[in-house]
Design a protein. Structure first.
Length: 65
């Protein structure tokens, strides 16, 4: 057995990689959905929806103008 290949700790094992994908895939989907909803409401023609998103931007100290 090659001693250098035994020291290779950078390659994740198969179960660890599967666990990461099981967590990252729903997390990425939730983030994408959140961004779509946030920008959809922020640029909506409805004053109620727009003002709700606008108020959230002020509360979270994000620039809006």
């Amino acid at each position: 057995m090659n001693p250098i290949s035994m020291l290779d700790t950078h390659a994740p094992s198969a179960p660890m990689a599967d666990a990461r994908h099981a967590v990252l895939r729903p997390l990425a989907a939730a983030a994408a959905l959140g961004l779509v909803l946030f920008y959809g409401v922020a640029f909506a023609n409805s004053p109620v929806a727009h003002n709700a998103a606008h108020d959230v931007r002020h509360v979270t100290v994000r620039p809006c103008h």
